[in-house]
Design a protein around this ligand. Sequence first.
Ligand SMILES: *Cc1c(COP(=O)(O)O)cnc(C)c1O
Length: 368
Amino acid sequence: MPYERSNIAAMSGYMPGEQPAGDRLVKLNTNENPYPPCDAVMAVLRDFPAQRLRRYPSPTAAGFRQVAAAMHGLSPENVVPVNGGDELLRLVITTFVEPGRPIAMAEPSYSLYPVLAQIHGSPMVRIPLADDWSLPRDLAQQVLEAGAKLLFLVNPHAPSGALTDVAALAELAAALRNSAVLVVDEAYVDFVEPALKHDAVALVRRLDNVVLLRTMSKGYSLAGLRFGYGLGAASLIEPMLAKTRDSYNTDAIAQALAQAALMHRDAAARTWAAVRSERDGLTAALRQRGFNVPPSQSNFLLAAVPQKAGGGPADPPTARRIFESLKARQVYVRYFDQDRLRDKLRITIGTPAENAALLDALDAALKE
Ligand SMILES: *Cc1c(COP(=O)(O)O)cnc(C)c1O
């Protein structure tokens, strides 16, 4: 007899991207920053005092929260620290959704959302994005009609890189107010073109039903560290900070390194500029080879494989074949075997050398 809850027995779990070992391969499959964490962060790690390991850390990451709050023009009560952004996704479900009540997401999107809903015992309402990956006009209405308590949006969108502007998010959140919490997963927001002046933090000050997810994993080159944070109205953050979070959910080393990373944001920002510049170059190079690549505000591109001669869409297996062929050449990208994505590859922006290696391998694969 299985001892698991029936919903756990019935589910299959999150399938992470491959994490192959080895330094020789070109790893463009899980959206890591291709540049190392900054020197100031590495110095904190190197000089970390033994005494601070012996003792428990600040349970609420007080030092980090102060720095994060100042950076965003908020107060510490608007900030909840988490052991990687993924923990925040679980926390918002635990905190705001009665088990069994529906949760909504725009589709396609981060495949962890439905897994977390299954663990919670909640049905997932999947609302398709428009053809250009923008939000459907009746999104709020669909969420309300389904009776969902929570809506997950990732912005910039994964896996396309499309950006929804703050005015549209504000309108959506206002329509959901008093019914549902809007979670804007900003895992990739650091890579948005600065000239766009995109800043969703303003929503947190005006609306009591918006939670923003931030992570140190992508923008700050610290995916191995496991540290992220949520931003929201104090009334939304308080139950997560005081009740539903594990008592010491972030460790002393992660708190110190994350704090140093924010204090030296300028160094990280130089890597974002480099990624944006490579993003432009790689987009152009892929388009030149016949891929259809929508503009991305993130650190990855979603590239539809070239159409067949004569103008018809490529065979669905073509993208998978190219994916396998790249892998055989030690170049890892991501392939999603799901609707609307079977003819596409998601490619993380690498260093100039990595992107050149990708293009070489791609040229070879396309000739096969
Ligand atoms: C990477 C990512 C996160 C958070 O990742 P962590 O490493 O857990 O901080 C959240 N959402 C999306 C869409 C991501 O790609």
